[in-house]
Ligand binder design. Structure first.
Ligand SMILES: Nc1ncnc2c1ncn2[C@@H]1O[C@H](COP(=O)(O)OP(=O)(O)O)[C@@H](O)[C@H]1O
Ligand SMILES: [Mg+2]
Length: 306
């Protein structure tokens, strides 16, 4: 579609607000350099009123986490009849919920880490019965917020308390030792792989966003066969969750070469700062930042037929 005036949604109400402000500003600059008229809109409780006043042709969603990446804002935009970037209501909500997403992926033959969902903080598995290490995560947060790797029984309870403090639902997964990588997908086509070598004990918030927190390798150093498998799984995961536009599929390649890759999650609004992973993969595939955001916005649409 031929959109001219674009509203970039940034900031918002989630724990990932700061990252979203950075993503949104980078996107807005890229779109402006590409000749679009850009309006930056901080997506608070008054979003509907702001959108009504902004008179935009389409919306670029640069919101991470709840109330932005999870289908809620997508639903508002459907009701308003405003074309928007990326996945629709269903895929956004599905991918935001790690428990549901794991079930859907597994049903489509995409390998996920073995895991289970404790019902509450007191739904206690005796630590000695746990096969440690495990990863405890809130079901619907991002950017490693509330995530703990539990290596010793004493850390199990505090990890549950932290995760349940962030979300009503929590997922516990077997910790998969190996190489962490991510695959960028654009309109259903995988663009390439990127390996994250964290300098911290795991890929936490600081390792993700602080300069020098991790080293990136593009493509991931996992050999030809595993690279082909990573691209295949990313495409499969994207399709299984009904994603659209740009997405990033996080995975781990287990240390033992004989074990298959494991998909951790699909990010339906991946980070879009200049040092973010998806733009880095796109650049290596010959797609510069401004071209990338232009392509994403040109595919903006409403997804519900009325
Ligand atoms: N099963 C797992 N095995 C090993 N590391 C994991 C596992 N699950 C999560 N992690 C680590 O925690 C980080 C955050 O987990 P992830 O599922 O991607 O959630 P989010 O990025 O939404 O917080 C990952 O990037 C990875 O470093
Ligand atoms: Mg992740």
């Amino acid at each position: 579609m031929d959109f001219h005036r674009i509203g970039v949604l940034l900031g918002g109400l989630s724990a990932e607000r700061e990252v979203s402000l950075r993503s949104g500003r980078a996107v807005a600059e890229g779109l402006a350099r590409s000749g679009f008229e850009v309006v930056e809109i901080d997506a608070g409780r008054d979003l509907a009123a702001k959108l009504h006043c902004a008179r935009v042709d389409a919306v670029y969603i640069a919101l991470h986490g709840r109330m932005g990446e999870d289908g809620t804002v997508q639903g508002l935009l459907e009701v308003m009849g405003l074309p928007y970037t990326g996945s629709g209501v269903l895929a956004s909500a599905l991918c935001m919920d790690k428990i549901v997403a794991r079930n859907v992926l597994a049903a489509h033959g995409v390998p996920v880490a073995p895991g289970w969902s404790p019902k509450g903080e007191d739904d206690d598995v005796a630590p000695q019965e746990l096969s440690l290490p495990v990863v405890v995560k809130p079901s619907d947060e991002g950017s490693s917020v509330g995530v703990t790797i539990v290596r010793e029984p004493a850390h199990w309870k505090p990890a549950l308390t932290l995760a349940f403090g962030c979300s009503r639902r929590v997922i516990v997964e077997k910790f998969i030792e190996g190489t962490e990588l991510t695959v960028a997908v654009l309109d259903g086509e995988p663009l390439g792989t990127l390996e994250i070598e964290p300098h911290a004990a795991f890929y936490d918030y600081d390792a993700k966003y602080a300069p020098g927190g991790s080293t990136h390798h593009v493509p991931a150093r996992i050999g030809e066969a595993r690279t082909a498998r990573a691209l295949e799984l990313a495409q499969k995961a994207f399709a299984a969750a009904c994603c659209k536009g740009a997405a990033r599929v996080d995975m781990i390649a287990p240390r033992s070469e004989s074990e298959d890759l494991v998909v951790l999650e699909i990010n339906t609004v991946p980070g879009m700062t200049q040092r973010s992973l998806l733009p880095e993969i796109a650049a290596a595939a010959g797609l510069g930042f401004d071209e990338l955001v232009t392509r994403i916005v040109r595919c903006a649409s409403t997804k519900t037929r009325v």
